[in-house]
Design a protein around this ligand. Structure first.
Ligand code: HEC
Ligand code: HEC
Length: 250
């Protein structure tokens, strides 16, 4: 790979320049660091050097040769679901910021270890504290889950990478909706379709039924809303602890 060799050569050249402090971090890179630690750091480690579950992005040719998101953007948007990398919903601006952060990390890693830009702190495994995770779980999660019921054996059911993906991005769960007809009669079913004019459900007998939205009252419930609303409130320490705890549910 010629391009990689040139990168290494440039990095080695740079290393002969007078030692400087960390490369300056642009505003975009700072912003990207926040987005990254929130959305990616749990799997790839907050400094992008990887964990036992996801690769070191500082060793990724794809990251190194990205130009304006042409290589990394599609991986973020589409994920590699069969390989433990879920699609992550970020705006185009956030994707650019994440890439600015990764490039800043690369520049720093090359400077720190110019002979082998790939060797930078490779070993980083998930080292959460399961006991702390259990305390958090008992406080925050037992409203909807139980370690002895729905999540029993979850650590055995999924590989660590799958479990992370399930926890961060549970499979699409259907919304349920209760329709109240003008007569007062109610029917609850699975939401199939909704726009400004029409609402359609599959009723408990399996039938497709639809109404004009102005003819009925309806209340939609998203079972995942609570789960998803919590995610952005976790720090990566909390997530690592929770994950260590979930892994003990064998
Ligand atoms: C649930 C864990 C998880 C999360 C969250 C996650 N990734 Fe990944 N990522 C992975 C795994 C596992 C792979 C390796 C997939 C494979 O083997 O192809 C990967 C691969 C990648 C790759 C490809 C590396 C290469 O050289 O092939 C990039 C780039 C990447 N992730 C960036 C990100 C970014 C940026 C985010 C946040 C926006 C993110 N990932 C969030 C697990 C994750
Ligand atoms: C407001 C309810 C709610 C809260 C609170 C909640 N979840 Fe969930 N969670 C769900 C729902 C609904 C699903 C999707 C249904 C399913 O897959 O079991 C889900 C899915 C999951 C899954 C994937 C399960 C599987 O079998 O794929 C894990 C793991 C999980 N939650 C862990 C947690 C943890 C840990 C917490 C606390 C930090 C938490 N959840 C908080 C509702 C919630």
């Amino acid at each position: 790979m010629k391009a990689v060799n040139i990168c290494i050569a440039l990095a080695m050249l740079a290393s002969r320049l007078p030692a400087s402090d960390d490369p300056p971090q642009s505003e975009a890179a700072k912003q990207g660091q926040r987005v990254f630690s929130q959305s990616c750091g749990f799997c790839h480690a907050p400094d992008a050097t990887g964990t036992g579950q996801a690769p070191n992005l500082l060793r990724s040719d794809l990251v190194r040769h990205d130009e304006n998101g042409n290589l990394v953007g599609p991986v973020i948007r589409d994920g590699r679901p069969t390989k433990g990398m879920p699609p992550v919903r970020l705006s185009d601006a956030q994707i650019s910021e994440v890439i600015a952060f990764l490039q800043w990390r690369l520049a720093d890693a090359d400077r720190t270890n110019p002979a082998d830009p790939h060797a930078y702190s490779m070993q980083r495994l998930l080292t959460g504290n399961a006991a702390a995770g259990k305390t958090f779980f008992d406080r925050q999660c037992t409203g909807c889950h139980s370690a002895s019921k729905d999540l029993a054996g979850i650590g055995r059911k999924y590989s660590p990478a799958q479990l992370q993906a399930r926890f961060l991005y549970p499979a699409d769960i259907k919304k349920s909706v209760t329709i109240t007809m003008p007569s007062g009669k109610q029917v609850t079913g699975t939401l199939l379709y909704q726009d400004s004019f029409t609402i359609a459900i599959q009723d408990p007998d399996g039938w497709y039924r639809s109404w004009p939205t102005d003819a009925v009252k309806f209340q939609v419930r998203d079972p995942l809303a609570g789960h998803l609303a919590l995610l952005p409130t976790y720090t990566s320490t909390v997530i690592h602890n929770l994950f260590a705890y979930l892994e003990t549910l064998q």
